[in-house]
Design a protein around this ligand. Sequence first.
Ligand code: UDP
Ligand code: MG
Length: 331
Amino acid sequence: MPETLTIIVPCYNEEEMLETSAEVFSKIIQTLMIGKQISTSSKVLFVDDGSTDDTWNIIKRLEQESPVFSGIKFSRNFGHQNALLAGMKTAVDFSDLMVTIDCDLQDDPQKIIEMVALSKQGNDIVYGIRSRRKTDSMFKRMTANAFYSIMKKMGTELKPNHADFRLMSKRAVRALLEYHEENLFLRGVVPMLGFKSAEVFYEREPRIHGQSKYPLKKMLALAINGITSMTDFPLKLILAAGIMAFSVSSVGLIGTGIAAIFSSVKVSSVLILSMWLIGGILLCSMGVLGIYLYKALLETRHRPLYLIEVDDYTDFFQKKQNDRFNLLKRA
Ligand code: UDP
Ligand code: MG
């Protein structure tokens, strides 16, 4: 029997984009169904991440139009990463293959067909890699490249130019869900899972409708979260800075002491400067320590990562199971 595919699409205020995207995704599902590559229960699952515009109404309308569309709705905005996670967690019980892709068609949806083919060759994870980022702004490209190289220096191998466009098999998603971390940084954790993987390459297109829902503030938050959840390198950096400051200042102190014996040294200026230096180092260190400490607090608190208000996807499959059960009972 062919495998069931679920295309998971996080949506945050995507009323301008949604219908165009829905049509593209459903065509892909149809093509794969006709080719008997995937089962007829395959679906497009929209995760409405607490949109404040017409997004959820459009999803409901799409559900009416075709059983291929399904949606879950968060009670408020929980962020892109949590929307992806919720999609996978919801879909994993009823699907064999899951693809995550943004709603804005910037990542080439046609590549999903290639991804499915590669999964049939035994790959549990297929990464979508942007071969060129020509359409991204210079700023976005530069910050992204800096991020990859910093992460690499700190010992975390991210897939360069891979965002969250990827296919995962049921067992890969199950493995991912074993990572019970708050603040799961998918791009860092997925390559840690192992399993056989493959890559598909595509060119990133510009957004057709609407605006980026990732302003600099969210991008920075994602980067800081990525670093602090994957590596303790910043902590080591603090330690190194501390040792440096300690040795330099002790040598300086001894030097000043010796100089003071033979001549008069103006101590006040040196004193003030060194106070600022130490103060700066201490403040930075406390900041970084604070981030890790706060993360530890988050882990122990076990707050839910997201709250689902409506889940039409699970309802659909449960109803289907019940219908089958009732039919069997009658037979
Ligand atoms: N998104 C989301 N929650 C958010 C922000 C974004 O679900 O809080 C979704 C958004 O609807 C889109 C995807 O995440 O489908 C990527 O966002 P966007 O295209 O704005 O990011 P960019 O491509 O500019 O990095
Ligand atoms: Mg985008």
